[in-house]
Design a protein around this ligand. Sequence first.
Ligand SMILES: [Zn+2]
Length: 115
Amino acid sequence: MTNTNRKAIRNHLMHTLSVLSGQDTNEPFVLENCPDETDFASQLTLQGVNLAVRKRRTARIMELENALRRVSDADFGECEECGDRIGLARLKANPSARLCVHCQSALEDGLNRCA
Ligand SMILES: [Zn+2]
């Protein structure tokens, strides 16, 4: 991988992290006093969705921060399963990718068989 590619991926990671970090409001969840059970159930559902979105965002931020730490490593861009190069297009689309397309597909096929 060239230094230019590493720099482009690093910039992409930093931009994406900045965007994701700016989306978190850190507002506490507060259930308002609702005499109407339907409104209360709606609030509860909405808070559940908000919590799931926050968890997903936090997990994504952790993935991207991990990729940012690894981007300068000599083996960045190598598949952790087979050691082949992860395609540059794949890394540009998903810099936190740790597996090549083939190994990722095999992993997902294996996961799908168990489901
Ligand atoms: Zn692989």
